[in-house]
Design a protein around this ligand. Structure first.
Ligand SMILES: C[S@@+](CC[C@H](N)C(=O)[O-])C[C@H]1O[C@@H](n2cnc3c(N)ncnc32)[C@H](O)[C@@H]1O
Length: 406
């Protein structure tokens, strides 16, 4: 059952000539505030009108055919892209008029960190506009729309059960619903981790290991001579704990703050029959645990504020988790224990952190580098040369930093 604080949305609806006030529970994964203004839209609403209303801050409750809502969302995306492209061209033209610089050098002159923050703002604005297309589901997550698929299992898995005793319907963004449907597919099919010969089944809202080049780093790194106890800090789906258990660590203790991650990891451990892996909900380190011969962690790698709960696996305000992890490591290590930190250097290419800073944090935590293994990410974004941050993304290296007590 949903244990979050309840918020409601209201709108006027005309039925048989009578306009009545309707109310429904508001569900928002991104913690968006309940929309103040909702109008009803359907198959007759043009994409241009929908776009204009959404840009003005009006939310659109869909009453047409389910599949047409999907088409409308695509049409909104195209309009956002066109608007952004035009804005970009105007900016370039204006700057080019002022100086003889080329577009590329103008982009450069903006400064990479500014470009990164600007891109995030554009993404956030895009998400806000798209999330204004809403739909209503009943207390069993059933949609009354024409040609609506059965979304009830996917929504229950993603958002928890609604309070059926009150029989209240809910309103959510079509995008959040798509997220829940996508997650349900991943959860059913799994993500094959070829180098490990297993599939991992991510849950909604849990970091899915789709970029898993770093798995090979964990398979290649020599285990410490004594490897009775290991911790996996911020376990997510449980992937790193599974690697350690499969490599023969006797006892693995995995932690995460996110309850969805704990449920997900637990399911993956059970599926793979790994009784020697234990789970704890903890802010970083487990309590009442023996000292570790090995501590692994793949923290969120970009020091910036997450803008939704789904971003907590990627963004870490002021590198709080990374620094907290490093500061606590030495006191949890057994003699001759090792820390394996998995970290992308994208933050360095985006000039959000320097290598010296990172090395300084190691030293301040009483740790020194024993060795480092590197890998180049192969995911789509690192190869997309139309991405304004391509130079930074294509230079990214993910490393396994093996650290030991200094
Ligand atoms: C990049 S994901 C890595 C997940 C997994 N270890 C993997 O490699 O696929 C980072 C994880 O750290 C978790 N996390 C963030 N802050 C945490 C904290 N203070 N304590 C424990 N876990 C945390 C997040 O919930 C997320 O599951």
């Amino acid at each position: 059952m949903l244990a979050i604080q309840k918020h409601y949305v209201q709108w006027l609806e005309n039925k048989d000539g009578n306009e009545t006030l309707h109310q429904a529970l508001w569900l928002s994964e991104s913690n968006h505030v309940p929309p103040a203004r909702i109008v009803l839209v359907d198959d007759k609403t043009t994409a241009d009108d929908a776009y204009r209303l959404a840009c003005e801050g009006t939310s659109l409750l869909w009453r047409g055919d389910f599949h047409n809502a999907r088409q409308l969302l695509q049409a909104l995306k195209r309009r956002i892209e066109r608007t952004n492209e035009r804005a970009e061209q105007r900016k370039m033209k204006k700057a080019a008029n002022k100086s003889a610089e080329s577009s590329a050098s103008i982009t450069e002159s903006l400064g990479i960190p500014n470009l990164f923050h600007q891109q995030r703002q554009i993404q956030a604005q895009r998400a806000r506009i798209l999330s204004r297309l809403l739909l209503e589901l009943d207390a069993n997550y059933v949609s009354q729309l024409r040609r609506a698929p059965d979304v009830s299992a996917a929504c229950t898995a993603a958002f928890g059960q609604l309070d059926k005793s009150i029989d209240e319907s809910c309103v959510l963004s079509f995008r959040d619903l798509q997220g829940a449907l996508g997650a349900a597919q991943w959860r059913e099919k799994g993500v094959p981790i070829d180098s490990l010969g297993v599939s991992i089944f991510p849950h909604y809202g849990v970091f899915a290991p789709t970029r898993h080049e770093y798995v090979q780093l964990l398979l290649d790194a020599p285990l410490p001579a004594v490897h009775d106890v290991a911790y996996d800090i911020g376990t997510g789906t449980g992937l790193l704990a599974i690697i350690l258990a499969q490599r023969g660590v006797n006892q693995v203790i995995a932690t995460d703050l996110n309850p969805r991650a704990l449920a997900c990891a637990s399911e993956n451990f059970t599926r793979l029959q790994l009784p020697n892996v234990q789970l704890q909900q903890a802010d970083l380190y487990p309590t009442d645990a023996p000292l570790a011969n090995l501590i692994v962690c793949n923290p969120p790698w970009l020091p910036a504020k997450p803008s939704s709960p789904l971003e907590y696996a990627v963004y870490d305000t002021n590198s709080t988790m990374l620094r907290g992890f490093l500061q606590g490591a030495k006191s949890h290590l057994a003699k001759q224990g090792e820390v394996w930190l998995i970290l992308s250097d994208l933050a360095e290419h985006l000039q959000l952190r320097t290598r010296e800073e990172l090395l300084g944090w190691f030293a301040d935590s009483g740790l020194k580098v024993k060795y480092r293994f590197d890998t180049k990410p192969k995911h789509g974004r690192s190869q997309d040369n139309t991405d304004p941050l391509f130079v930074a993304r294509s230079s990214e290296v993910t490393s396994l930093w093996c650290l030991e007590a200094a």
